[in-house]
Design a protein. Structure first.
Length: 291
């Protein structure tokens, strides 16, 4: 848990809804204070105070970057506030024409609107259309981003990976020009050059991997062992279980509460490694960085 004002300021949805909620609560309090207290319903005062407490809780969760962990709890708390506000609106509007009553009712109507928005957002799945649209404006890389099985994202949202280095054969200098071994070696070298020049796509396609099937098992072991063991600097905990897209060989599946080693955490898809050594990419809004 990292308390930072940037966690809140980097999310336009949080800034808009929390600010709108605070302004609405101020309007409701001003109207309640100006109303005739002998006729003013006491449960409306309690509903306004309860609503302010809920708004403060949401603000603190955003500041601590733990809003994802309490979404379902917030739905219950906000639903109670929504009921208080709607009951107050019905009482304040139809009881009297006092200006204080009507001002408080206007504040409660605005609070009901923001509560309804919060219920739809916090109660929705991260892949729902409404959540995807709202999260598209967020400046944060986690949090409740849009998942696309085809990864049709901007290039700077992709995970950067180190270029694959093919194993070096010390015996290549002894190959005779024109021999099948010599031609095969040249083919591998040309494919390596092509792959290293392909900077527009972070992962090699199946067409770029043609020729690798000619390597022996020892070559594959050398290739796997060439990755630095400490290249994953961070650890993350899975918030939900995730099943990899079977059509994308770059994705990995994982279970809820599983600890992953991650790297390149700036985009919506992070490079990750499971405890069994499986390496691939995972959606950033399904995991949470550990301190």
């Amino acid at each position: 848990m990292s308390f930072s004002i940037s966690n809140f300021l980097s999310d336009p949805f949080a800034i808009t809804t929390v600010s709108f909620g605070l302004i609405s609560a101020i309007i409701a309090i001003a109207g309640a204070g100006a109303a005739n207290q002998s006729d003013f319903p006491h449960f409306s005062w309690w509903g306004i105070v309860y609503q302010i407490v809920v708004i403060i809780i949401i603000l603190l969760l955003y500041l601590c970057n733990t809003i994802e962990l309490y979404k379902f709890t917030l739905v219950g708390l906000i639903s109670i506030a929504f009921i208080y506000n709607t009951n107050s609106i019905n009482w304040l509007i139809y009881t009297t024409n006092d200006s204080g009553f009507l001002c408080c009712a206007a504040g409660c109507i605005l609070l009901s609107i923001v509560n309804l928005i919060w219920i739809l957002y916090f109660g929705g799945h991260p892949e729902s259309p409404t959540n995807q649209f709202i999260d598209s404006f967020s400046l944060k890389s986690h949090n409740h981003g849009h998942l696309n099985s085809n990864h049709n994202l901007d290039d700077d949202n992709y995970v950067n990976v180190n270029p694959v280095t093919l194993p070096h054969h010390s015996s290549s200098s002894n190959l005779q020009v024109g021999s099948p071994q010599f031609q095969d070696n040249n083919l591998r070298q040309s494919q390596l050059t092509t792959n290293n020049r392909s900077t527009n796509t972070p992962y090699m396609s199946s067409s770029q991997l043609n020729g690798l099937e000619n390597f022996s098992s020892s070559d594959v072991r050398d290739l796997n062992n060439s990755n630095p063991p400490n290249s994953f600097r961070y650890k993350a905990k899975a918030l939900y279980s995730y099943d990899a897209n079977p059509e994308d060989i770059n994705e990995i599946s994982f279970f809820k509460d599983e600890i992953l080693e991650v790297e390149d955490i700036e985009g919506k898809w992070w490079q990750a490694r499971r405890s069994n050594g499986q390496v691939g990419i995972c959606p950033s809004n399904y995991v949470k960085l550990l301190d």
